[in-house]
Design a protein around this ligand. Sequence first.
Ligand SMILES: *Cc1c(COP(=O)(O)O)cnc(C)c1O
Length: 430
Amino acid sequence: MDAWRTLYGEQSETVDLEQIEPILDKLEQRLEGNYPFHHPSYAGQMLKPPHPVAWLAYALTATINPNNHALDGGPPTSEMEKEAVKELAKMVGYGDTYLGHLTSGGTIANLEALFVAREIHPEQAIAATANSHYTHRRMCHVLNTKFLEIPVDINDTPDFEFIENHADEIGTIVVTMGTTGLGTTEPLSKILDIARKHSIRIHVDAAYGGFFSLIKNALPKTEEWQLLSEADSIVIDPHKHGLQPYGCGSILYKDPSVGKYYKHDSPYTYFTSEDLHLGEISLECSRAGAAAAAFWATLQMLPLTESGLGSVLKKARKATLQFADILKNSNSFQLYQEPDLDIVGYFRIPEKATTSEINKLSLSTFEKGMNREDPSESYHLSLFKIPADRFTARFPNYQADTETVQILRSVFMKEEHQLFVDELAERIGI
Ligand SMILES: *Cc1c(COP(=O)(O)O)cnc(C)c1O
C-alpha cells in the first residue's frame, strides 16, 4: 500500500483499507481452489507463477494503468515494449529492420501473422500440420481463408510430398517450433527448402517453444533452431516460458514493410508525436502497459542470453531428461517419445495390451495424484489424446479397441522440477 500512497498522496485516505481487507481474505479463500501451480509436484499443464520481479513490476505499473495502444496512453511503457521486443528480435536472429510488438497472447499474435499472410497471398491456403495449435484452423475461419492440414507420420514428421503436391494452393505454411501437445520441434529446414522453391511464406509458431532458442546448442534439433531467422514471421509468448503473468504474447516480422497492412488512422488517438504508436501496427486496441513493464523488468534481471533466461530453460530441460530416463528404466511405465523440449508423454503399462486399458490406467493415475489427502503425497499431471491408429503404429503390440488413446503428459517448466524429479516419480509410482 506504500506504493499507492506515494502515487496518490492524500487521495489514499479515501481508500478504506478496512473494507478491502475482508474482501482480500475472501479472495484468498477462493484462490485456494487452484492447483499448486508453483510447486514442483505440479507437472501438468504449461503454467507456472511469474517471476516475482514480473508481478511486482506489473502491480506497480497497474496502479497507473498505462495503455500501450498509443504513445498518448503510455509513453514510458511503450518505450519499454519497444526495447523488450528488440531483445526478442535479437534472440531469433532478425536484423535491425524487423517489425514487432507485444500482444495480449499467442492466439492474437498468430492471428496477426495469418492476417498479414492472407493479405500477401489472398487467394491461397494457410497450411499447418495436424500437430499445430488448434487456433490456426479457427483463425483461418475468422479470416475466411482456406486451412489445409498437413498430415504427419508416426514420428510426427510432416508429409513433405503432400506439401509438394499442394504447393500451388499454399500461400503460407505454419511451422510449430515446440508443439503444445508433446513439445515437438517441426523440421523447419526441410519445409523452408520446399517453401523457397514455391514462394511460400513461412510463419513459425513458437508461442511455447520460442525461448528455447536461447539454449539451442543443448537441444536435439539444434540445426532447426539455427534457421529461426529465416522465417517471415514468428510468434513467441513471454507468458509461457518468459516468466510473465498472462497477457503477454508477441509477434515479429522479418520485413518491416508489412506494417502497411495494418495501416489505419484513428480519430481518437495518435496525437502526441510522429513516432510510431504501437497501435498503428497491431490489430488490438487497448493493451496493458503493465505487461510491457513486467517483461522489460524481467529482462533487466534475466536477459535473453544462454546464461540469463536460458539458465532457467536449461534446468527445465535437465529435469525433463531426468524424468525420461526414469521412465526408460521402469518396468511399469513407458516413455511415449523422446522429448525435444520440456514436455514428456508416457503411460502406465497395462497387463492386457489394449488401448482401453491404457486409457483406464492413465485416468486413474491422473486422478489419484489430485485426490490424495496428504499434500506430501499428491501430484498433478495432464492427459494427452492420440488417435489409436497412430499409437498402435508406434506400439504395434497393442490392440486398438478405442478410437483414441489417452496418455499422461507432464510439462517440466519450473526450475524447481530439477530437484524434485525423483520424488515426483516415486509419488506417481514409476
Ligand atoms: C499456447 C500456444 C498458442 C496459443 O497461445 P495463447 O497465448 O494461449 O493464446 C499457440 N500456439 C502454440 C504452439 C502454443 O503453445
